[in-house]
Design a protein around this ligand. Structure first.
Ligand code: FES
Length: 63
């Protein structure tokens, strides 16, 4: 499914980029161009990032 119509970017491309380490909207803007024309796709891109971003465990330092 196309997420960004302006740049013809699909959800699969975005998920693939996220799994390859592009973990912010700024990263995805640079590598795929999503959100750089009209910006209407930005909420959906954010949603995909929230759902598919690899979670980094928080390591608490012992005091
Ligand atoms: Fe993505 Fe227009 S739909 S910039």
């Amino acid at each position: 499914m196309y997420v960004c119509v302006c740049k013809a970017v699909t959800d699969k491309q975005i998920k693939s980029a996220i799994s390859n380490g592009y973990c912010s909207r700024k990263d995805l803007n640079k590598c795929l161009g999503v959100g750089t024309v009209c910006g209407k796709c930005s909420p959906h891109v954010k949603q995909l990032l929230d759902e598919h971003r690899v979670q980094t465990p928080i390591m608490w330092a012992a005091a």
